[in-house]
Ligand binder design. Sequence first.
Ligand code: B12
Ligand code: SF4
Length: 459
Amino acid sequence: MRITLIYPAVGCKPGEPYVKAWQMQPLAMAVLAGMMPADVEVRFYDDRLEAIPFDEPTDLVAISVETFTALRAYRIARQFRARGVPVVLGGYHVTLIPDEALGEADAIVVGDAEAVWHQVLDDARQRQLGARRRQLSGVYRGSPRRTLDGIRTRREIFEGKSYQNITLIESARGCNFRCDFCSITAYHGASQSHRPASEVAAEMRATGSRRFFIVDDNIVSQPEMARQLCRELIPLGVNWVGQASIHIAQDERLLELLVQSGCRGVLIGMESIDPDNLERMGKSWNLAACDYRESLRRFRKHGLAVYGTFVFGYDNDDQQVVRRSVEFAREEQLFLAAFNHLVPFPGTPLYDRLAREGRLLTEKWWLDEEGRVGDVVFRPHKVEPRELEQLCLDARRQFYSWSSIGGRLLDWQANARNPLMLGIYLALNVQSHFDIDLRQGLRLGLALRGEPRYEPLPV
Ligand code: B12
Ligand code: SF4
């Protein structure tokens, strides 16, 4: 049997390259490939980097769908189905609103693939044989798993593709917090499952890489598990970055352990400098231990670079909050920062609240042919949607201006702590400077190579 795996692009701007910083190895594809028996021939296409050969013979197409890629994914699915090839869809968006995806596929996988992928393959084979037994169709529900042991990733599928020079690896899925805008907690239900730390270390060794991005949504959601992982990683002598919540600044011994294990930087969801906004999004615990400046001082003290992410569009946000946030990020010499407007992802409490309050400008904004990355799709309280878009864009431009890049570089504790960090700091900040315009206005699902216009199916 031949199976084609596809990771769709968010969209494109004709004639322009795809956002550089987004071009990382899509790990879910390697995890799926790792579950294929030896007699299955696997091909993988990354829509962001290469053309999809729709006419290449294949027996099943499996596409990963996120909300920003849903329109593009459905377009691709239609191309294959029109050629008589069955399509299975899975991933975040499919799990959060399965009914929509089911209309676009022969089958969907809701949740993690591991528990059901063998069944999908069996049923696809029956279909191929034209057997009367159960054939590939409908919904396959991946049951929640408490431990993630035995995951085998097949990274050979990435060979020959020009990804960012960092190896993605996971040690856990989910997070124990419940921020109202977050797809992670909507998908995993405020829980976190872990891989055995020894398996993570073994996989790191096997890749031969020295630079990792541990993609866990919150590496310190369960501090004891984080400690176990760090202890396993210390002997490897690798460098890694990950995502963490700021409350970990309370635990300086864990910060120290993170650094010993090779952690060089953490992405921190700071979200807002306004306590009322934090309260509203269910993240007031961000300030529970100490204020942001004190927390950041502790990260710096241990030499950890911080990538701070901010979100604008909560009810207290106006021009002043945005301005003060950028000032704060510059004064604190953050290594990197993201200034995004709030995005109501389907399946989250935020989406439901905005829908109830009649504040969504387009209900299924992710299927809007005219939709673009950077569009605000709801009505904020204190500013107009278009104004909020501009405020976010201005914030990025200020933060990644040459003067800001130069000013933030003068942090000898973290950003310019040694020549390696300085080099990475410069490379990523310069890349972010140029990525601002590349990602702004990227047309969602835009037909890349003359495919037909997408029309939603009748309900
Ligand atoms: C690493 C990462 C990135 C990296 C690179 C990703 C890449 N592929 O190139 C960077 C930082 C660049 C990035 C960028 C973005 N990301 Co991102 N990213 C992640 C992160 C943290 C890890 C992804 C991962 O490797 N997971 C590990 C794999 C094994 O797990 P998985 O994807 O869940 O897959 C399992 C199941 O979902 C399922 N499955 C998945 N696909 C399929 C397909 C089939 C056919 C089947 C059967 C099953 C299946 O089976 C898998 C195994 O069980 C996730 C959060 C997360 N934990 O997943 C966010 C996440 C996917 N990103 C998200 C977003 C929004 C983005 C951006 C749009 C952000 C932005 N505005 O800048 C961009 C878009 C980039 C792009 N696609 O081109 C959102 C998506 C939300 C949603 N509702 O769709 C997530 C969930 C984060 C979040 N906090 O909400 N991202
Ligand atoms: S801490 Fe981060 S990953 Fe966890 S629920 Fe909040 S936003 Fe999501």
